[in-house]
Structure formats: C-alpha cells, structure tokens
Design a protein around this ligand. Structure first.
Ligand SMILES: [Zn+2]
Length: 256
C-alpha cells in the first residue's frame, strides 16, 4: 500500500493519538488502518476477545451493558477516546458491547500489533490510560443519572455529551435509538423532545435533532453532564494542543 507521508490530507483528530509524542505516534502510524463505520455496526461484542483498538476520529459509538434480553448505554465514545480499553488494562475480553450510534471513521490497530508497540513504548500506554478515568466517570454517572434523574434532564445530558463529541449541532439520532440508549419508552423521548422543541431549545428533523439553543440545553441538564465533561477535560495534556499528527494514508471504506 502506498503511504505517501508527504501528500496527506487532514491531521489526526483523535485526542489520545494527537497527544502522543511525535516519535510514539510515528511508531504506531504504520499499524493504524483508517476505517469507516456505519450505523449499528458492532465494533466489539460483549464477552469476546478484543481484536482491535479503534481510535475514533468522527462519529459516535455506544458502550452497552446488558442482560440476555435487555441493554442500556453506559457510555458514548467519540473522538476524545477509543474502543478497546480492556487491552490497555491487561485483559483481552470486553464485558461490554460497542455499537455505532452515529456513522463515522476511526483509526484501527490490531491487538497484537498494539501489544508489540506498547512493550517497547510504555509512554503510549500511559497516554492511553489517561482516558480511562473519564470513561469510568461516564459509566458511573450513567448509573446515577438513570436511577435518580428525570427523563428531560437525562435527554439534555445525552444531547450535550453527543454534541461535544460530534462537534455538529445536527445529531442524526432517532427517537428509537435515544429510547434504547436511555432504557426508556419511545413515547417518553418523544414527549421530552416535543417540550424542548416548544421551548425553542432543539428542532426536530427527520431522523435527526438539531440543537438550536445550547445554553438553554445546559440549563436543563442534571449535573451529570458537567461531571462527565470535567472528567474528560482532565484527559487533556496540560498546555498541549495536540501534535497534529498526520495519519499518512487514504481512507479504506466499509471495513467495520
Ligand atoms: Zn443525571
């Protein structure tokens, strides 16, 4: 495959990759494969071996925890993070399912390749671990939120977290997906969205929700949003605006 490092398009957007030291990123780069993921694609099955780490560049992936008959979203992953945390923690089985919530792209590395690089370059593991407390905060806050907070607050939290990760005011989500993510009835989501729309906070579109008034949405969320946001802010390396690494090759479509 021709990897012309001089003629590439955009820099790496993923926060974890962009915060790596340049030489660490150079060591990973030949092993990263750009992929596109489509709606509802499963990046990781629960209780299965983790074969890849996906560094999310664009789009949104949901971590789902469930029983045999039911599931609920415990966290969402966008370009702040990656799917495949168990590998960095020293296990190769995931307890959760990771499903695409909004289509996007990722840089994917094979688990064995990553293990080889991590053995030589412990700083990469340290950088990848920086993300884990934020993910744990999101998981635990999801539990509190589901147990204690009203659907209107929870919906506002979900839309804000997604908005931060997508960096677009138009979120391509259906009422069904929102209801399934939050473990509530579809009618509850519809009513909550109708209220937000009547108040001029969001605008419903076919298969999408547009955030019209973000400050108003922030006023309606429970504190869970701010707690999770602050946890993710702590994953930033101080005074590091990222190294703007270059991915170094073109996109291969439809691999996941
Ligand atoms: Zn909450």
């Amino acid at each position: 495959m021709a990897n012309d490092l001089q003629t590439t398009s955009s820099p790496v957007r993923n926060r974890v990759l962009s915060q790596l030291a340049p030489d660490d990123f150079e060591a990973l780069k030949p092993l990263l494969r750009p992929i596109e993921f489509r709606g509802r694609a499963v990046l990781q099955e629960a209780n299965r071996r983790v074969e890849y780490v996906h560094f999310i560049e664009d789009g949104l992936v949901s971590h789902l925890s469930g029983s045999r008959t039911d599931f609920v979203e415990t966290a969402m992953v966008g370009y702040f993070g990656y799917v495949g945390v168990p590998l960095v923690l020293g296990t190769d089985v995931s307890s959760q399912r990771s499903v695409v919530c909004m289509p996007g792209t990722a840089l994917r590395i094979d688990a064995d390749d990553l293990a080889r690089v991590l053995a030589d370059r412990p700083r990469i593991r340290e950088e990848m671990l920086r993300y884990v407390p934020a993910l744990i905060a999101q998981n635990t806050q999801s539990v509190l939120c589901a147990a204690r907070h009203e659907i209107n607050q929870r919906l506002a939290r979900w839309l804000l977290l997604a908005n931060d990760r997508i960096q677009s005011d138009v979120l391509y989500v259906t009422h069904e997906l929102l209801a399934a993510s939050m473990g509530v009835r579809r009618a509850s989501i519809t009513n909550a969205l109708l209220q937000l729309e009547a108040d001029g906070v969001v605008e419903k579109r076919r298969g999408a929700v547009r955030i019209v008034d973000r400050p108003a949405l922030e006023n309606r969320t429970c504190d869970c949003y701010h707690i999770v946001r602050d946890a993710y802010d702590r994953t930033r390396v101080p005074e590091c605006d990222g190294h703007h690494h270059d991915p170094g090759h073109g996109m291969i479509a439809g691999t996941a």
